[in-house]
Design a binder for this molecule. Sequence first.
Ligand code: TRP
Ligand code: SF4
Length: 328
Amino acid sequence: MTQKKRIVSGMRPTGALHLGNLHGALSNWINMQDDYDCFFFIADWHALTSDYEDPGNIAAYSHNMMVDWLAAGLDPDKSTLFVQSSVPAHAELFLLLSMITPVPWLERNPTYKEQVDALKNKDLSTFGFLGYPVLQAADIIIYRATGVPVGIDQAPHIEITREIARRFNYLYGKVFPEPETILTKMSKILGLDRRKMSKSYNNAIFLSDTPDEIRKKTAQMITDPQRIKKTDPGNPDICNVFTFHQNYSPPETVAEINTSCRNATIGCVACKKKMAENLIRFLAPIREKIEHFRQNSDIVREVIERGNQKAGAEAEATMKHVREALKI
Ligand code: TRP
Ligand code: SF4
């Protein structure tokens, strides 16, 4: 039997997971569980780099994120699921990597500049925020991963990870593989207002939303903007509600909407209602599991504890090689 390749990826605990997260990163991770040796973690220290003034929610968000992960189908018997701050070796490696990482690599990181501009309400001129990719590099190479499944927005960080790994190997001898980016396809599902689905845009449908919340939210969805009156023919190809149908409705319904939208025999209100019921049906089993894990938080804590132990042992094994290489 050939050994499975190891992959590592993480998510910052910024709140409840939504459909964009599910159809982006999460379903991709779930599908990789059988083919890879997977390490998935909650990046609570990374959340701190931008939310250091108000860290009060991070621990609760981390727990809830594990609830959402388990409910959606991440399986602790297949994957190592853990919390970054529970494996302090990440911080030790981060410190060592910071010694060899040239500051200009970090200053020219495109996501750094974007974020500092985008989050003007926060003071991000900190050492920790500049060093975000160094911590991310430590997260990855401490497991000697060979691949990192991420969205395109994270690609520059994986590039920096490779550069740091290469520099370490060059200076001290080969300890780390250079991990490949395994690009996650972007979710076609947009937010209620047709922008990217995001908690901060207030346009998200969460995995944990109740049927009534889903009905209310879907009623607000922006459809084909050219279609003003019910008698105007619509264009499903540019309508986000239709994209939802394609994800959650049976093929007969999709075909029927496709025709009746174009010849204006269905109105958007009815179309959304139909979609909402199918989305509710799709989310029902996930919501049920979320409920189960909310009522049995011991199970969730045990999963996290088991993952922390496993990750900790792997990280420690790598750190032995690292300390030997550095003779320190
Ligand atoms: N920076 C990633 C994000 O915002 C989260 C993350 C932290 C990560 N460490 C990682 C992703 C290591 C992949 C591997 O989405
Ligand atoms: Fe979109 Fe449906 Fe309205 Fe057509 S009928 S524009 S698919 S919401």
